[in-house]
Structure formats: C-alpha cells, structure tokens
Design a protein around this ligand. Sequence first.
Ligand code: E4P
Length: 217
Amino acid sequence: MKFFIDTANLDDIREAQALGVLDGVTTNPSLMAKEGISGKNNILKHYVDICNIVDGDVSAEVISTEFSEMVKEGEALAELHDQIVVKIPMIKDGVKALKYFSDRGIRTNCTLVFSPGQALLAAKAGATYVSPFIGRLDDISTDGLNLIAEIRLIYDNYGFDTQILAASVRHTMHVIDCAKLGSDVMTGPLSAIEGLLKHPLTDSGLAKFLADYNKGN
Ligand code: E4P
C-alpha cells in the first residue's frame, strides 16, 4: 500500500519523507490556499518545491473545466517535473481529458469521485489513480469505506490497472480499514500516518525496558 500525504505544507511533507514511508503527495487548490500559496507562478513553483522533497508522485490539479483548457493546463503541469501526476475532476470534459492524457502516457489522478460508476468511468478512460473521497462521504452519513470495497470489486472483476487512491482520509482507522479493503494508496494528513505508531503498551513496555536496563548499570 502506498502512503501519500495530503497537504501543501512543506514542513509536514519533509517530516513524512524523513520517516521513510512516504510514496507521494496529493494537493488541491484548497490545500494550496491554506498555506497562503496563490497566483499561478507561485503555485507552479510550489509543486516543484514539493517534487524536490519527495521521491514519488505529486498530484497537481487543473482548475480548468473545459476539455481543451484542461489539456493545455495539464500538459504544462506534466512538463514541470517528471513526478507530476495531473489531477483531473470527475466531470464530462474531465473523462475526455483522462483519455487524452492516458493515450499520451501522461499520468492522471481522477479526483472528486463519490460513486462506483464514476470510478468505473475513470478506469475506462485510463486514469492512473482514482480518488474516492471517503471522509467527505462519511461527513454526509454515507459509508466511505463501502465505496472503496465496491471499487475494489469492480476493478478486480475486470483487471483494471487504475490504482485506488483512498482520499479524504481523516484518521488512522481510515488508513487501516483501507488497507484491509485492498486500497492501493491512501492519502491523508501527517497525523493519520503518525497515528499508526501509537500504542500505550509500546510506550509503557519501552519505559520498563529502559528502567530495567538502567537498574543494572
Ligand atoms: C484528495 O486528493 C484531496 O486533496 C483530499 O483528500 C480532500 O480531503 P478533505 O475531504 O479532507 O478535504
């Protein structure tokens, strides 16, 4: 299972990279705005800064919603750095853009996916990654994890190569449940990754080992 961090915060990205378990980064316009990054040139520079910190894939989102504009914008993003994956929203022109990029070997991440039908379309169009937003489904009393299970079943039935990127992961249990369900990737905040570390028995066990060691020295 690949671990992506879902942020535009360079300190968090460095921290996750230093842990040695980071496989990539996802961003979106809201995450950029949260870090105070605005204006086309600053945003493009920020993508390159992120690529220079991590080894893996970095999703960069188009803001156009019309096919030819998406193509232009996506091609420019892909040229920024070879780690860039072009993030395309699940709308009609987005499906066309996914196919366009897939035919040309440009990797894509289909974002804002909330149903199995959308995920099926993304795979048919050749998306590299599909991003079901599980946290946002949970927010409206719908089972986000069930969507991961449904997409896994559909993709396995037909051997689609599109990787399931569980997005809008909010906490550690989302990570564990996505791993159980066979999600290929998860993207979440640093806290969801670091939360996997925690167990009180580890902490008390280590404290006892160290105390016992120190008794004899
Ligand atoms: C995915 O790529 C999105 O950036 C993201 O996971 C959205 O998460 P949120 O619902 O926590 O905003």
